[in-house]
Structures are given as structure tokens and as C-alpha cells.
Write a protein that binds this ligand. Structure first.
Ligand code: ADP
Ligand code: ZN
Ligand code: ZN
Length: 746
């Protein structure tokens, strides 16, 4: 029997169900291959990349049929064994080929070799003190070499590129010194890092009693490597410090840490907090990194040089070895759900990793998702609460303004008397304010005052938003824009009127009320550049602008000490979404926005303007009463049989014509109802199955129809989902996709 395994079981990197199986290749004698290594293999007439799942010394296949691996692609296994298992689990759960799930486990750019290690030439002195003196003497006629010897006398390694700043064209001289045996020139890898090295480590603050209490529960759990917590801490209660202390405990045990943060909150502010405490042990993964930076951060984690990872959703797959702790900050965020194939929920993946790798898990939020809080109440998570802000800072005082009343009093503007008054006071006191409206653009719709025609997108069944900056009508679904027409396309009249308000309109109105006050607008339109997000935040932090106007982008996680007033221009917008989570989203959004006010020594005030002041989501948000909201929302979900009492499942059909989309959805509906009747044998499995147009009937020219289901979770719901998945794979004349508890039901 051969010493090293002769065969490898390989998954080829092709995203297709047809090739979703293990292929056996022989391993050429001179390669040593570990499971998890990426390899190049012959496949049909092509060469494709693949990943070694396993190796064996024998195979039952005929030797003549087995092809040989061409070469390994990396010198180390890119995917750790337990992450291979995790990929298998994800492939199974989301019904996707294993090759696709494996792609989650390493930077995309590694495929097809699109990213490489960066190296640089480094010079180092090889001489001892006496020999150095001798060499300097010998080179006294060669000032460049003499200077270089002096520069290198610290015996540290000096990148040649850096020496260039001090010595003109140093390479020929260095080569001579190398030949003489005085200096070594070697190629060394450079890590591309978006962050400057951290020189000093920030000291830890004294923990608040609340933080201590919470950590008394978490620390022992980190030590034994198990325990699931839901940390419900009001905004400004100091949750980040709890993560930091838990992470410190974990690192002290030589175990690794993953901290997940929604992309939007993953600002340099948060990163610098962690790097300030942990230095280069902390690696950062987010989508704004360049491919090279991302690859290098990933490799620092893979090699163990970085043992703490802060990152957005996909960082849950970071190749941390001996993982001891996962933190999911702002766990209620919809961005933890990946809607791409493979679909996954980073919270579920975190839970699975924590169990597999014996790590402790902390989900945290000021507004936990209804799902997680229900799980905590059921005992799946241990609930930890922090009710107070750090240093006894008060939660902001919230004023609810009924905009119907304003109208009755003759105020037709979008700012209530109270908000105008409070803005005046805030600015006079030299403080900063934030104005929030969850809609970008100038006006969400433009209509004709003569015939009532509403300007709509030709490709999508949605109203067009007017943008003042370019005087164009934009579709927020397909991205197309057209000039505002001179006359109504229906009746020819010129009475086109923008109605409603978006961020641009709010900014304009504000400037009319407070001329000369500097404002910053932050929404998807102003943050398209690579660093524009950060630049705007810095501008605001520096005090150069006094008021920030923005969408939900400004609602989250930001910590601006000078902000004492937050105005919510219209709270009802998110309530009107066609989604069973509209109430939950509204509550979360308002609570988070309110949490931006008064985070430092000055107390904060919040003005929430609404047409529905009696709605429980708005009322409980104004009172900052999480439990009050949860109880009412939970009761409503039970009554209407929404998750967590059922699973919302949708089959979405997108076709070129309305007839086709409805035809396909009708056929799907028939198949589904038949299957359910057959399977159920009299037992109720689905509480509701309905076929209809989707709430948005057309997007980007495709007509949308759906089969919507509420399924009871039980032991054969997996079977139902597998059936539905297979159903979508059939040869339909249009696109059909399966969505399980999707983040949007539009
Ligand atoms: P949360 O994430 O719960 O909203 P943060 O973690 O952002 O709260 O903390 C709010 C503020 O309190 C931050 O400015 C943070 O630096 C500060 N802070 C947190 N813990 C302490 C502490 N123990 N002592 C002093 N300041 C603290
Ligand atoms: Zn008209
Ligand atoms: Zn459109």
C-alpha cells in the first residue's frame, strides 16, 4: 500500500446541479494534498478548479478511468475541514450545489487566480558590529553604499521601496553589497491593509455595574465554550464594551473571535475601537476593501496572525481556527440575510458554527428581532438586559407630533411648529441635529393636477421619484431615469406637481427655514463613491455641518456626541410597506433613530412626526418600550399566523408577459395544493396558499406573480421545502424562485 493517499475526492467549481457530486482523481506522487485544498483538474475537455473534500489510498473505480490532478492552487488548504462541513450543511439547507456553498469560504477573487500575494524586496544587514565598521571603511569612496550600510545598521528589514526615499536608486548599490555578503536581498510578502498600524493600545474604561453584571454571565460561558445569549441593551448602554471584554477573555484562552456588524455600521469608527484595543490581532472584512486588501486580511486570519475578525455578514465564514466566540451586533438587521444563491441567514450560520466549534454566541440589539426575542422567551437563548445608558445618561425625551393636527392649525409644511422650535433652540445652543426621512430623492411621486396621471416607470409598476439635483425622474427599482416632462403625457397640461417628501425636499425646506445653516445629506445618492460615506460622516463629526439629513443610513450605530436633537419627519413611511414585518421595522427604525440623540453629556430630544400617533409601533417606539411593542406584535403574529408561528414561503414567477407569469403561477399553485393534500393525509400542513400578482406587479420589465404560503413548521416541513425546490428546477417558461421568509415581500 502506498504511504500517502493516492486518490482525491474533488468537488468541481461549477455551479450546476448536474455536476453536484464528488469526482475521484489520482494524486500525482510528488504532491501532498490535504482535504480543503483547491486544485486544478481536467474535466471533460476543460481544466477547472475544484476543492479536495477527502483523500483515500484506494478506490473502487477502474484505474483507466481516473484522471490525475493537474496541480494544487494553493500551498495550504483554503477551506478548513469544519468549514467544509459547514458548506455541506448550507448546500443541503438552501438546496444549492456544494460548489456554490464552498465559494462562501474563501475570497471570490482567489478563483481563477484573480488576486495574488504582493511581495516586495527587502534588504537586511548580515554583518556584526566589527564587520560593519570594516565594510564602512572599505566603502568610503562609495558614498551611496556607505549611507546604505549606515541605514541598515539597525539590522531591521528595510523594504527597498522605502530606501528609495532616502537614497536615489539604491538597488545597484545594494546588489553590490549583496554580492559582497554584507546585505541580503529577499522577496517578502506584504500585507495590504486599509488601516494604519496601531501604535498604542487604548486603555479599557471602568466597566459600568450593568456591563459587569452581563459579563458575569458571559465570561464563564466563554471559558467553557458554550452558551447562547440574547443581549438586549438600550441604545448607548455600552454593548460594544461588552463585546470587547468578552473577546478579550476569549483571546486570552488562545481562541478566536468573530464580531459581525451590519455593513452600514461597519464604519472606521467601529473598526478603530477594536483596533485601538486589540491592535493587529484584529482583522477587518467588508465590501469596501479592495480585492487585495480583502485577500490579505483573509490570509492573516487563515494563518492565525489575526485571531479576531470584525466583519459584515460573510465574515461569519472567516477561517478562524479554534473559534471561541461569535458576536452578532444589531442582530435584528435584515442585512444578515443573504438573498443570493446560496441563501443563508448569518445568524443561523453563527449558531451552527458556535455549536460545531464549541463557541459562545451573543446576539445583541437595542431592538431584538421578534424572532430572536421569542426564542429567548422560550429559553433557547439566555436573555441579558441593559436598561440604562452609560454614565446614567438619560434616554432622549420623545415628543410625538400629530401631523393631522398641524394641518388643522393651518401648517401645510413638512415641519411641525414643535420641530421648528426645537431646531431653533438646538442650533442656537451650538449643537447638532439629525433629520430622518426614510425616502431618498425630492418627491416620491409626480402627478398631473389636471387629469390625475401619475408618472410611473415604463419598466416597473412603481411611481417615479423626482430628483431635484438633476431634474430627473428616477426609478428606485430599476435605476432608470428620464427628464421631468414639460407637459403631462396623458393630457398635455403643464400642471405637473411633485408630491410627498424625500431627503432632497427636506433639505430644501430646512434651508428655507434656516438659511445659512450648513447641512449634509446622506442617502444612497450621496454615498456612491468609495469613501464618500466616511467623508460625510467626518464632515459632520468635525462640526463643519450642523444638521444631517438622511435615510435609514443615519439611523444606525453612529455615535455623535454633539447631536442633541433628532427629528423624524414622517414616521409612517415604513408602516405602509406590504410586509408582515412593517410594524417591526418601523419600531426598530424609530428606536434606533431616537437613540442617536443625547449620547454624550447633553440630554437629547426627539420629535417624531406622524399621521398615526395611536399606532402601537409608533407609540411604543416613542415610549422606548421594547417589551410593550414585543407583546403586542407577538400577539398580532399569533393571531394572523405570521412567523414565528409559521414559515412564509413564496414562489415568485417573473415573466415577459402578464399572462405567462399568471399561467406559471397558476400551475405552480395547482402542483403545490395537490402535493399538500397528498402529503397531509388530513393533517393541516399549510394554513394558507394563495396565487396572485405580487404587490409590485412589474420590475425591470418583468411581470411578477406569486404563490404565497404559510407553512406550519413540523418534522416534514423540510420535505415540503425540498418538493418546492424541485418544483422550481423544472423547465418553466419563465424564472421561478423559491423564497423562505424573504426579507421583502414586495
Ligand atoms: P450601544 O452599542 O449599546 O448603543 P455603545 O457601545 O456605542 O452603546 O456605547 C455608548 C457610549 O458609551 C460610547 O461612546 C462608549 O465609548 C461609551 N462607553 C461604553 N462603556 C463605557 C464605560 N464603561 N465607561 C465609559 N464610557 C463607556
Ligand atoms: Zn394630465
Ligand atoms: Zn423601473
Amino acid at each position: 500500500m502506498p504511504e500517502s493517499p493516492a486518490f482525491a475526492q474533488v468537488i468541481v467549481d461549477i455551479a450546476s446541479n448536474n455536476t453536484d457530486r464528488v469526482y475521484t482523481y489520482s494524486i500525482p506522487a510528488h504532491f501532498k494534498l490535504l482535504p480543503g485544498t483547491r486544485v486544478l483538474v481536467p474535466f471533460g475537455h476543460q481544466k477547472v478548479e475544484g476543492l479536495v473534500l477527502d483523500t483515500s489510498s484506494q478506490t473502487t473505480l477502474e484505474p483507466g478511468k481516473i484522471k490525475a490532478i493537474i496541480e494544487p492552487l494553493d500551498v495550504y488548504p483554503a477551506v478548513l475541514p469544519h468549514l467544509v462541513d459547514l458548506a455541506k450543511e448550507i448546500a443541503q439547507k438552501s438546496h444549492c450545489p456544494l460548489a456554490l456553498a464552498l465559494r462562501l469560504m474563501f475570497p471570490t477573487q482567489m478563483r481563477q487566480g484573480r488576486v495574488k500575494e504582493k511581495t516586495q524586496t527587502v534588504a537586511r544587514l548580515l554583518l556584526d558590529e566589527a564587520a560593519l565598521e570594516e565594510a564602512i571603511k572599505q566603502n568610503h569612496r562609495a558614498p551611496k553604499r556607505k549611507l546604505l550600510l549606515n541605514l541598515l545598521s539597525d539590522r531591521l528589514s528595510h523594504p527597498v521601496a522605502e530606501l528609495k526615499a532616502l537614497v536615489r536608486d539604491p538597488l545597484p548599490s545594494l546588489k553590490i553589497l549583496e554580492e559582497a555578503g554584507a546585505v541580503s536581498l529577499t522577496e517578502e510578502e506584504v500585507y495590504r491593509s486599509p488601516y494604519a498600524p496601531v501604535a498604542h493600545k487604548d486603555p479599557d474604561p471602568m466597566l459600568t455595574p450593568q456591563q459587569q453584571e452581563v459579563l458575569q454571565e458571559i465570561v464563564p460561558a466563554v471559558r467553557v465554550g458554550k452558551g447562547k445569549f440574547l443581549l438586549h441593551g438600550v441604545t448607548g448602554s455600552g454593548k460594544t464594551e461588552v463585546y470587547i471584554q468578552s473577546a478579550r477573555e476569549c483571546l486570552a484562552l488562545r481562541r478566536g473571535v468573530i464580531v459581525l456588524i451590519p455593513e452600514i455600521v461597519l464604519t472606521p469608527q467601529m473598526v478603530s475601537w477594536f483596533r485601538g484595543r486589540f491592535g493587529d490581532v484584529a482583522a477587518v472584512l467588508h465590501s469596501r476593501l479592495s480585492a487585495g486588501e480583502r485577500y490579505d486580511e483573509w490570509r492573516r486570519i487563515r494563518s492565525g496572525a489575526a485571531r479576531l475578525v470584525i466583519g459584515a455578514r460573510s465574515a461569519v465564514f472567516a477561517p478562524v481556527r479554534d473559534l471561541g466566540l461569535i458576536v452578532v451586533d444589531e442582530e435584528h438587521e435584515a442585512s444578515y440575510l443573504s438573498e443570493n444563491n446560496p441563501r443563508y441567514d448569518a445568524r443561523e450560520v453563527a449558531q451552527s458554527r458556535a455549536e460545531r466549534e464549541k463557541a459562545c454566541l451573543i446576539l445583541a440589539s437595542a431592538t431584538p428581532s421578534v424572532l430572536s426575542f421569542a426564542q429567548a422567551q422560550r429559553g433557547d437563548y439566555m436573555l441579558l438586559e441593559m436598561h440604562k445608558r452609560v454614565n446614567d445618561r438619560q434616554l432622549a425625551t420623545v415628543h410625538l407630533v400629530d401631523m393631522r393636527e398641524e394641518l388643522r392649525l393651518g401648517n401645510r409644511g413638512m415641519f411641525s411648529q414643535l420641530l421648528i422650535e426645537k431646531l431653533g433652540e438646538c442650533l442656537k445652543a451650538g449643537q447638532q441635529a439629525m433629520l430622518f426621512i426614510n425616502r431618498r430623492g425630492y418627491a416620491p411621486s409626480v402627478f398631473c393636477r389636471k387629469c390625475g396621471e401619475v408618472m410611473a416607470c415604463r419598466q416597473c409598476d412603481v411611481k417615479l421619484t423626482y430628483h431635484q439635483a438633476d431634474r430627473m425622474l428616477h426609478c428606485h427599482y430599476c435605476g432608470q431615469f428620464t427628464p421631468l416632462p414639460e407637459a403631462c403625457p396623458a393630457c398635455g397640461s403643464s400642471y405637473l406637481k411633485p408630491v410627498g417628501a424625500g431627503t432632497q425636499k427636506v433639505e430644501e425646506e430646512f434651508r428655507k427655514l434656516f438659511p445659512g445653516v450648513q447641512t449634509i445629506r446622506m442617502d444612497a445618492d450621496t454615498t456612491t463613491g468609495k469613501d464618500s460615506h466616511e467623508q460625510l460622516l467626518n464632515q459632520f463629526r468635525s462640526g463643519a455641518a450642523r444638521v444631517m439629513i438622511g435615510t435609514q443610513m443615519i439611523a444606525k450605530g453612529l455615535d455623535f456626541p454633539q447631536v442633541t436633537l433628532v427629528g423624524v419627519v414622517l414616521a409612517d413611511l415604513s408602516l405602509n410597506m406590504p410586509d408582515y414585518r412593517a410594524q417591526e421595522r418601523t419600531f426598530q427604525l424609530l428606536t434606533q433613530v431616537a437613540g442617536r440623540a443625547g449620547r454624550a453629556d447633553m440630554p437629547g430630544e426627539v420629535v417624531i412626526q406622524t399621521y398615526k400617533p395611536e399606532h402601537y409601533a409608533i407609540l411604543t417606539a416613542a415610549q422606548q418600550e421594547y417589551r410593550g411593542f414585543f407583546n403586542q406584535e407577538f400577539a398580532r403574529r399569533r393571531q394572523l399566523l405570521y412567523p414565528p408561528f409559521t414559515m412564509m414561503v413564496r414562489l415568485l414567477c417573473e415573466a415577459k408577459t402578464q399572462e405567462q407569469s399568471r399561467e406559471v403561477s397558476a400551475q405552480l399553485f395547482a402542483e403545490v395544493t395537490q402535493f399538500l393534500e397528498r402529503r397531509a393525509k388530513g393533517k393541516k400542513r399549510a394554513l394558507f396558499v394563495r396565487e396572485d400578482e405580487a404587490p409590485i406587479k412589474r420590475i425591470m420589465g418583468l411581470y411578477r406573480a406569486q404563490v404565497l404560503m404559510k407553512l406550519l413548521e413540523h418534522k416534514d416541513s423540510d420535505e415540503i421545502l425540498a418538493f418546492l425546490n424541485e418544483l422550481t428546477q423544472k423547465d418553466w417558461p419563465c424564472r421561478v424562485s423559491l423564497e423562505i421568509n424573504p426579507s421583502s415581500l414586495a
